[in-house]
Write a protein that binds this ligand. Structure first.
Ligand code: COI
Length: 353
């Protein structure tokens, strides 16, 4: 593998990767793409079936055949995870093997080869090490890492591509959504259907919700809450996050049935809540239950745990408790504490770079 320091010597005009921090206003991080120093690229042909050796290259535009599978037929997946800097200067990844496994499941559904768990984690370590100075100072945010897996080989007929590219880039990020969420239950558009791809992280799941989300935002909401398409009665998830409700001391979240994205934050929140002695149920949740829930919150890698202050359903606006002494806040504190090394990681979730 190419060492970041070797690569850097060829680009003396670029900033020094050995500097502790890149030149950025760390107090004003939002969630937008900030160009970093290096990206990681690994390729595989269909005949090879397995990825072999990847490399770090300068972050920048990539060559793409206009007939590539990803550009024409959307044969692609993405992942998202964060690297956090601890107070004592270590850098931690959070449950990266979970992202590796989810990518493998998605790749199987999309007829793509995928990196092994070891290759995936090795690549993550390389890209974080090469871009260390872009990992925000403790308390200022995270380095959001975006692995992509895509059909990069040319096709014309609708079929799997003959070559695949696994690429990882990253960007320093702060808060995804400022403030609490005001959701509206989406009653016209549906995100997923049984047998479809709602349960994997394919790019199209995101592009196809832009329209309902844009419409909801124009009406002053932060996001939509999708219903299942079969009964049109049960809640599934928001556009980029999973949903939880709290009612009579029981935390519930829709069960993973193939139409809901199996969030790693979702899974971690369930496990943390159980350790904290909350009762947690993964089940069907009729939207009717939104009327008497006490708390509602959304979870996601980008979003972390975001309280929902209101949901509008069937023309009625329902309000929920947010802020101090809420279950959502307790769970968030515990999760971010583990992710940033402030709370001892008894779960064995963090991986030091
Ligand atoms: C994440 O939370 O990592 C996601 O994948 C959502 C993304 C659209 C920002």
């Amino acid at each position: 593998a190419v060492e970041a320091s070797e690569l850097n010597e060829d680009h003396s005009t670029h900033h020094d990767v050995n500097k502790e921090y890149a030149d950025l206003n760390w107090d004003e991080l939002g969630f937008g793409p900030i160009p970093i120093d290096y990206m990681y690229v690994m390729k595989c042909t269909k005949d090879e079936k397995y990825f072999s050796q990847g490399t770090l290259t300068r972050f920048g535009n990539i060559d793409m055949n206009p007939s590539s599978g990803i550009l024409n037929y959307g044969q692609g997946l993405f992942e998202g995870l964060k690297a956090n800097r601890t107070e004592d200067g270590r850098i931690l990844l959070f449950r990266p093997e979970q992202n590796a496994r989810r990518l493998q499941m998605g790749a199987e559904r999309m007829c793509m080869p995928s990196p092994t768990i070891e290759q995936f984690i090795h690549a993550l370590k390389q890209i974080v090490n090469a871009n260390k100075s872009w990992v925000p100072p403790p308390g200022k945010g995270s380095l959001y890492i975006r692995p992509l897996l895509m059909g990069s080989g040319p096709v014309l007929g609708a079929m799997p591509a003959a070559e695949y590219t696994f690429l990882i880039f990253a960007s320093p990020v702060g808060i995804y959504h400022k403030g609490t969420l005001n959701l509206i239950v989406e009653e016209k558009f549906y995100r997923a259907f049984p047998g479809g791809t709602g349960g994997i992280k394919t790019a199209a799941n995101y592009a196809t919700v832009f329209k309902p989300v844009t419409e909801a935002k124009a009406k002053g909401f932060s996001d939509v809450l999708f219903l299942d398409v079969t009964t049109r009665k049960n809640i599934e998830e928001a556009s980029t996050s999973n949903i939880f409700i709290l009612k009579k001391n029981v935390i519930s979240t829709p069960a993973i049935t193939g139409t809901i994205l199996p969030g790693i934050t979702r899974k971690s929140i369930i496990e943390i809540a159980r350790v904290l002695d909350y009762q947690v149920k993964e089940r069907d949740i009729p939207a009717e239950e939104l009327f008497d829930a006490e708390e509602v919150f959304c979870t996601g890698t980008a979003m972390v745990v975001n309280p929902v202050s209101s949901i509008t359903y069937m023309g009625k606006r329902i309000e929920y408790k947010t802020g101090v002494n809420t279950v959502a806040q307790n769970l968030r504190t515990m999760l971010t504490g583990i992710q940033t090394g402030q709370i001892e990681d008894k779960m064995g979730w963090t991986v030091e770079i």
